[in-house]
Design a binder for this molecule. Structure first.
Ligand code: SF4
Ligand code: SF4
Length: 192
């Protein structure tokens, strides 16, 4: 599937996961945008420039098929601006943050192979749940030929990233949001 053929469809992960701080729109990470409605963006035609220009890694990478769409895969790939990439990794081009919303869905051999391929090319790779991100290159380089080893490192780093004591990872917040949307939809469908 080419990048041009991909559309967001019913995915709304970036509208919840990302922190947005622009003159037109401010929202915290892991909080649904106030403009998000059941069917998607409630101001789609006039959405701010930051939203018009944003594409996640699934939209940007032609090699990633439909199973990588963030709401399906449990992971959103976020391109990292050059200024935020450690100098030793800049020559390899853009870095990537793997934003995990559902670790059980996301941390699979498929993700392990993608991450291992990136670290072998010296691409900067970070793991995040939109709390602080952790660069994983050095840990993954040691196990890059061992899919199980890569998954073990990703799971260990994900465990370190989970918000301490709250139990409210992005997946939990997303589930609460979806439940609220479903309740509102049920109420609307009951109205004459
Ligand atoms: S996370 Fe990607 S696929 Fe999902 S809505 Fe945002 S840009 Fe579209
Ligand atoms: S304005 Fe629309 S596209 Fe932008 S974050 Fe909010 S819901 Fe998503």
């Amino acid at each position: 599937m080419t990048a041009a053929e991909k559309t967001c469809g019913s995915c709304q992960v970036c509208c919840v996961a990302l922190k947005i701080k622009t003159p037109q729109l401010r929202k915290a990470a892991q909080v649904p945008c106030p403009h998000l409605v059941t069917k998607g963006c409630g101001i789609y035609e006039s959405r701010p420039p930051v939203c018009r220009s944003f594409l996640c890694g699934w939209r940007l990478m032609p090699d990633l098929d439909a199973s990588w769409r963030p709401d399906v895969s449990g992971v959103m790939l976020l391109p990292l601006p050059e200024a935020q990439i450690p100098k030793a990794y800049r020559a390899a081009g853009p870095g990537w943050v793997f934003v995990i919303s559902d670790a059980r869905k996301a941390i699979t051999p498929k993700l392990a192979r993608l991450a291992a391929g990136m670290v072998k090319r010296r691409t900067a790779v970070f793991l995040s749940v939109m709390t602080p991100r952790i660069q994983v290159n050095e840990q993954l380089e040691k196990v890059a030929d061992d899919v199980e080893g890569v998954m073990r490192v990703l799971n260990q780093v994900h465990d370190r990233l989970k918000p301490a004591g709250t139990g409210k990872g992005l997946g939990r917040i997303w589930a609460l949001y979806r439940a609220q949307v479903d309740r509102m939809r049920a109420i609307m469908e009951q109205k004459p």
